[in-house]
Write a protein that binds this ligand. Structure first.
Ligand code: ANZ
Length: 272
């Protein structure tokens, strides 16, 4: 599933697929909106993400309490993460939500419901991805991120098969779907967050082992080996998820692992 979002805060423009072309679309006017017609967000382009659907296979008690009674019996509920690195999904070890963020449950199809931020749901509604097309989606339930933590989701391509939903304080409400797939082998943000969660499991209200799934090597790079994110965190002496050097680490990881060598897989990941 693909969807787009407009970077940079709350905008009133959404994106609608017209024929085979994406365009900035005004919900208010019910038509495409050219750059010079916008009251804000002039010159903004679109960012394409890949949506990763992760079916909830075990609900935490608070997640079940918030949503189950509001959905038909036997419904499938998916957390939908937005990623720029779908090629790294083999190494997913958990799924992050922002504990303080609000999420909604919207209908995607018969028996199928998505969990994401209201903003994310609004964006994909205008791209034919939800049950009701070209309309502000009706939310069937609200749930706070902290209530979802501890649930188990299917990670469709991950070698681990099923992973836990864990808290990440740096998840932005204004980006993607507000749900993040964690790949600690290649994302320095993800690596340092799972390390911190494992170290302070009690503080975060999780079980230590939930954050200790094996970090899987996926992409071999000449400079950083096959565990780019751990190596970069070590070299740049990054020890907390709030470290400003993470911006530089992310740039270096993208440059090496994605732009230069997107196709080099390690034996382990191919055989896994
Ligand atoms: C898996 C992954 C693996 C990612 C990897 C990156 C590297 P930029 O480039 O800054 O746009 N992400 C998605 N939504 C997010 C949110 N609401 N708050 C915080 N982080 C979010 O970053 C895009 C990446 O940021 C996405 O790709 C996602 O992590 C994360 F080796 O997915 B990625």
């Amino acid at each position: 599933m693909r969807h787009l979002h407009i970077p940079g805060g709350q905008r009133q423009w959404l994106i609608k697929r017209l024929g085979k072309r994406y365009t900035i679309y005004s919900v208010k006017d019910g038509q495409p909106c050219m750059d010079h017609d916008r009251s804000e967000g002039e010159a903004l382009g679109v960012q394409e993400y890949t949506g990763i659907k992760m079916k909830v296979v075990e609900f935490s008690q608070s997640f079940a309490d918030a949503v189950k009674a509001k959905l038909p019996e036997g419904s499938n509920v998916f957390l939908v993460a937005a990623t720029l690195r779908p090629e790294t999904m083999y190494g997913q070890t958990c799924c992050f939500v922002g504990p303080k963020l609000q999420y909604v449950v919207v209908k995607a199809a018969e028996n199928s419901y998505y969990v994401m931020t209201e903003r994310g749901a609004k964006n994909i509604a205008f791209q034919g991805q939800l049950a009701k097309e070209f309309a502000i989606p009706e939310k069937l339930a609200d749930v706070q991120g902290s209530d979802i933590i501890g649930s188990v989701v299917e990670a469709p391509l991950s070698i681990h098969g099923q992973v836990r939903v864990l808290p990440m304080d740096t998840v932005l409400a204004t980006k993607g779907s507000g749900v993040v797939t964690s790949v600690p082998s290649d994302s320095p943000d993800d690596y340092i967050t799972v390390q911190t969660l494992a170290k302070k499991a009690d503080f975060y209200g999780i079980k230590k082992e939930w954050a200790e799934l094996e970090v899987i090597p996926i992409i071999e790079t000449p400079t950083y080996g096959n565990l780019t994110a751990p190596e970069l965190c070590k070299r740049l002496k990054i020890t907390t998820p709030k470290d400003a050097k993470l911006v530089e680490a992310k740039e270096l990881a993208y440059k090496e692992g994605f732009v230069l060598f997107p196709h080099l897989c390690t034996k382990a990941s191919l055989e896994g």
